[in-house]
Design a protein around this ligand. Structure first.
Ligand code: GMT
Length: 379
């Protein structure tokens, strides 16, 4: 089967998920065509069965805002026609679902039928998508998709609450490649960061406001008062500077490292003892799942779909959004005793197996069969 995948090529979870899905499909002999404005971050090197088509957006002095969506729809049309794609799978509704609708209609006028699957990832619904400047287009193009998936039950329910969606939304959870994330810790790396055997806490995100990274700094501040510890901040974004300022103000900046955007998350997580995710909302929390797969327990908020992956008291703990005090106590509870920590680590990695790539990718394959089946029936 020939599949077009459209996603954001950056470090965000939706792009990561779409890229890992494409790579897994290519290994199973699907022909996968990525259509994005930049090479997706986890798509490096030559991979058989994978093709990358860059969306070029011509500029013109008249354009204050270059029309990316138009260029994307035109590229979709070109790639679908010239590579005889069987279906288009778009990740993140804005503007991918509406561009796909446009491409579908153009092709229809030429007698070509292309089914479209839209996967909803989170802020495309709960934050940006509900903005009244986007909402009508988002709702319309979701409804026009041939199949819709959401990455958690919470996101499915939120979508039904926010928009008038008339179709079924199938939940297909995010996944992780367990084999890849069960790395042995690199001793030299651990020693460089925590030379005296300190516990290592990790937070990874795009540092958007929704992640509440200042809560991470506050929690760490409380933890390091009780336990020798270091904090690793992975990623970059708008709130990084404020987080750095707070760590200087609290006089703990020698215990915190900001390492910026990193590709080898499996090596970083392998040296971790605890993952902190303090978000105001997470449709799923792929970063937390990758931590768990690496045997790192998670202290998180109980926001959105996090309750569907983090088991309170087993794989970590959860608390209300902004409840720094409880999350600090929970972190200390996990990190103080070696045996307790071991038990949490074991449970975290065991539970992550439920979301292994080998269980979840076949769910997408089944959906492809169903949707492409409709295509052949329509021809
Ligand atoms: O979390 C982000 O800011 C990135 C965002 C994205 O769209 O790339 O992540 C969303 O999709 C991920 C993959 O499905 C989910 O694991 C994240 O929970 C979700 N983020 C939010 O809902 C805030």
């Amino acid at each position: 089967m020939r599949i077009g995948i459209v996603c954001y090529p950056t470090f965000g979870g939706s792009g990561v998920l779409a890229t890992e899905l494409g790579k897994a499909l290519a290994q199973k002999d699907y022909q996968v065509h990525f259509i994005t404005y930049q090479q997706p971050v986890r798509l490096n090197g030559f991979i058989p069965n994978i093709f990358y088509h860059e969306v070029q957006v011509p500029t013109y002095p008249l354009f204050d805002y270059p029309p990316y969506e138009t260029a994307l729809a035109s590229t979709m049309v070109d790639v679908i026609k010239n590579n005889k794609l069987d279906l288009l799978h778009v990740h993140y509704a804005i503007p991918h679902a509406s561009a796909a609708f446009m491409a579908k209609k153009i092709l229809e006028s030429e007698g070509i039928y292309i089914p479209v699957i839209t996967t909803l990832h989170g802020t495309d619904i709960t934050l940006v998508g509900r903005d009244k400047m986007y909402a009508p287009v988002v709702a319309f193009s979701i409804n026009e998709s041939d199949a819709i998936t959401a990455v958690s039950n919470n996101l499915r329910d939120e979508t039904y609450k926010i928009f008038n969606i008339k179709k079924e939304i199938e939940v297909i959870y995010n996944f992780v490649d367990i084999k890849r994330f069960t790395r042995k810790p690199i001793d030299a790396f651990r020693k460089a960061l925590a030379p005296n055997g300190e516990r290592i806490l990790i937070h990874a995100s795009n540092f958007r406001k929704i992640k509440r990274v200042l809560d991470v700094v506050q929690i760490f501040n409380e933890v390091q008062k009780q336990i020798p510890a270091k904090l690793l901040f992975v990623g970059d974004g708008p709130e990084r500077q404020t987080a750095e300022e707070l760590s200087r103000k609290l006089n703990i900046c020698d215990k915190i490292q900001f390492v910026g955007k990193q590709e080898q998350m499996e090596d970083i997580l392998a040296i971790g003892d605890l993952f902190l995710l303090t978000s105001e909302y997470e449709s799923f929390g792929l970063a937390a799942l990758e931590a768990m797969a690496s045997g790192v327990p998670v202290v998180s908020t109980n926001a959105g779909g996090l309750t569907e992956i983090n088991i309170h008291g087993q794989t970590g703990f959860m608390a209300d959004i902004g409840d720094v005090e409880t999350m600090s106590q929970q972190s200390i509870e996990i990190l103080t005793d070696e045996e307790v920590l071991k038990t949490f680590k074991k449970k975290a990695s065991e539970h992550a197996k439920k979301f292994d790539i080998n269980h979840i990718v076949p769910e997408y394959e089944n959906l492809y069969e169903k949707v492409a089946g409709k295509k052949y029936a329509a021809v």
